[in-house]
Design a protein around this ligand. Structure first.
Ligand code: ADP
Length: 156
């Protein structure tokens, strides 16, 4: 009986390890570098997200702006609304990303290790030299991962 139970647990862990980011990620919420702080805040509320992904004029990943990044710059600064979001974002190459082929486990580890809420899901940008520019295809959040776990529990 114990052996049976042990096996089942192993299988469940294996199932979670195997699942790919590409199977569960959400649609990315993207703004351009020149977007104002004011418009970025409006986008956060409209899309009901905590993080915005910022892209350059070619559509490649430039940075990530979180709600705290935006809040910080607006505190005590009445003109902050007109500043471009690129001034406050965490910029490349400091953005932590995953590929659609990475496992959910890998994404969860990155989120915890870097104490962040979400990761852009990226693929190499074919217009540039490999490994230097990234096209954004999605975003994966703590919520995506928890929802997947709940779905797996419901399946059993
Ligand atoms: P919040 O601002 O709501 O706490 P996060 O915890 O996601 O949101 O962000 C905390 C900090 O980490 C912010 O400064 C943000 O720019 C940065 N950050 C968010 N996501 C990433 C990421 N994928 N890679 C690197 N830095 C990130």
């Amino acid at each position: 009986f114990l052996g049976q139970k042990g096996n089942t647990r192993q299988e469940e862990k294996f199932k979670m390890l195997q699942k790919k980011v590409g199977e569960i990620h959400s649609v990315p919420v993207i703004v351009r570098e020149m977007t104002t702080i004011q418009d970025a805040v409006v986008s956060l509320f409209l899309a009901n997200v905590g993080n915005l992904i910022v892209t350059d004029e070619k559509g490649n990943l430039a940075g990530v702006a979180s709600r705290k990044d935006l809040l910080k710059v607006t505190l005590g600064n009445p003109t902050a609304g007109s500043i471009p979001v690129s001034m406050v974002m965490t910029r490349q190459p400091n953005v932590v990303t995953v590929s659609p082929e990475d496992t959910i486990l890998e994404a969860a580890r990155k989120i915890i290790a870097h104490q962040i809420d979400s990761l852009p899901v990226v693929i190499p940008s074919d217009s540039e030299k490999p490994g230097s520019h990234w096209k954004v295809v999605g975003r994966i959040t703590k919520t995506n991962i928890i929802k997947m776990l709940l779905d797996m529990v419901a399946e059993d």
